[in-house]
Write a protein that binds this ligand. Structure first.
Ligand code: SAM
Ligand code: SF4
Length: 474
């Protein structure tokens, strides 16, 4: 299944710089926003077409309360239409915090002499994975600093460990990576290990701002980072994740640049990013942010709604950097994945390393400390299906969000039933009594609301098979 690029057709990647700061600022400054224009852009997005940069600027430049409300409502409707009521859950697993870079905002930076450095060995990784499995997790993102020890072979080995550890009914079914850029050969090695998504965040797409924050090491090379996901594509990794660290530079510019990067990937490889992440800068050991670039909750909500409308088929990840109430509020405007029960200090899940949350051990401060069970419970209160589904990946369907977006009825036929089955597994294997009670009610409601008789029958049968002990029915 291929995209038809709507703009920016680049026959030769090497000839085209795809981020031009002046171009982005010119569009932002020269695009007027009116109620009529905003309505037209929202309608285009609701017809599931990706927006171009001028259209994104029209939304960004909307400042009156009723227009912002219309953008949020549009994003809410789009999310419901495309993703239904599922939220995919995952956990980050920090493998090592050694780092040769000097990103001034990060507790792992090489100049932070206070940081306690540690790389988990195989047994420690196994302990962590067992603890995560005992909690009910099925999807992981492995996180690494950038260090000569963290070679592609080392990273590939951690991925293989991730898939091999099985505790009770537990198993990790998808291992994603958040690590430093590699060369094409390196990307091939980690792809071979069976990774899901490779995430690399640009942090800021503004070259001068980038230079101001990245003070040393390989990551100081803006171009190398910007083109890294092109190399991943060349190596055959077509599930890639992009992101911005909001709070480093003007959020309006960064939203435009994320869409620009998406356009570029679509134009060159016929597939856009699998996910977009939008971490907001958090307190980290020895770091003081520039106040004028910090993104308020209001603008953060607005930018997430704009991104949802701008790239309807791209997964959007909201992490536990944000506090629980804000996450609960923002989810409805377009987020498709959240982490739950998150621990970012090394060894934090198994507690075998005697670790407390401490800014010198963790990378930054986590603000949503709810357990996975609490998050599942609260999603159920909102009639959202907490999903651990990995079916697309396991059936070799990469670019799954595109399937959801483009194949008529795909969500009803595949995503909702698969999410429901993974919820049933969770309720039987891991949930407490209250959560289980709520969960089974929602499952029954989902079955009742399944209109297609054949699908309803097959869903009921598969739920019975899960109850009888079968797992991973796809
Ligand atoms: N070391 C690799 C890299 O820099 O790409 C990958 C892992 S890094 C630990 C993951 C992400 O954490 C970074 O890309 C950055 O966006 C985010 N991050 C770093 N410092 C942060 C902070 N103080 N607050 C919030 N997020 C932060
Ligand atoms: Fe190292 Fe990544 Fe932190 Fe930069 S953001 S200091 S590369 S771990």
């Amino acid at each position: 299944m291929k995209f038809s690029p709507q703009e920016y057709s680049y026959p030769d990647l090497s000839m085209q710089p795809f981020i031009d700061a002046n171009e982005i600022w010119n569009i932002l400054k020269n695009t007027a926003s009116s109620k009529a224009a905003i309505e037209e852009v929202i309608a285009k997005s609701l017809s599931k077409q990706r927006l171009n940069l001028v259209e994104v600027a029209i939304l960004i430049n909307a400042t009156d309360a009723s227009s912002i409300q219309a953008i949020k409502e549009g994003a809410k409707t789009l999310k419901k239409n495309i993703y239904g009521n599922r939220i995919v859950l995952f956990a980050p697993l920090y493998i090592g915090n050694k780092c040769q870079n000097n990103c001034s905002y990060c507790g792992f930076r090489t100049s932070n002499k206070e940081a306690v450095r540690k790389t988990l060995d195989d047994q420690e990784i196994i302990n962590e994975i067992e603890a995560l499995e005992e909690n009910g997790q099925k999807r992981l993102v492995l996180v690494f600093g950038e260090h000569k020890e963290y070679t592609p072979e080392f990273i590939a080995n951690t991925v293989k460990l991730g898939y091999s550890v099985k505790k009770g009914n537990g198993e990790i079914r998808r291992v994603n990576i958040n690590a430093a850029p590699m060369d094409i050969e390196g990307f091939k090695i980690v792809k071979e290990a069976g990774i899901g998504t490779f995430q690399i965040f640009q942090e800021t797409y503004h070259p001068a701002a980038y230079a101001a924050y990245h003070l040393g090491g390989k990551k100081a090379d803006f171009e190398n980072r910007l083109t890294s996901l092109d190399r991943a594509q060349e190596a055959g990794i077509d599930d890639i994740g992009i992101g911005v660290l909001f709070g480093l530079y003007d959020w309006r510019y960064e939203v435009m640049a994320l869409v620009r990067h998406t356009n570029h990937l679509e134009a060159c490889y016929n597939v856009g990013p699998h996910t977009i992440s939008f971490p907001r800068i958090k307190e980290a050991s020895g770091f003081k942010a520039i106040p004028k670039y910090l993104v308020s909750d209001e603008n953060f909500t607005k930018l997430i709604a704009i991104l949802r409308l701008a790239v309807p088929y791209t997964g959007m990840i909201l992490t536990a950097r944000e506090p629980a109430e804000l996450r609960d509020e923002i989810i409805q405007y377009g987020v498709s994945q959240i982490d739950g029960g998150t621990k970012i200090e090394l060894g934090g899940y198994s507690k075998t390393l005697n670790s407390e949350q401490n800014l010198n051990k963790g990378q930054f401060k986590v603000n949503d400390e709810r357990s996975l069970n609490e998050i599942v419970n609260e999603l159920l209160d909102k009639e959202m299906i907490p999903s651990f589904c990995t079916a697309c990946y396991r059936l070799g369907r990469t670019g799954e969000h595109f399937m959801e977006f483009s194949v008529p009825g795909f969500i009803k036929k595949c995503c909702t039933p698969n999410a429901t089955l993974t919820l049933a597994e969770y309720l039987i294997d891991y949930a407490d009594e209250t959560t289980a009670e709520k969960g089974w009610k929602l499952i029954q409601k989902t079955v009742d609301e399944t209109e297609n008789k054949k699908l309803k029958k097959s869903l009921k049968e598969r739920i019975e098979r899960v109850k009888a002990g079968e797992r991973d029915l796809i």
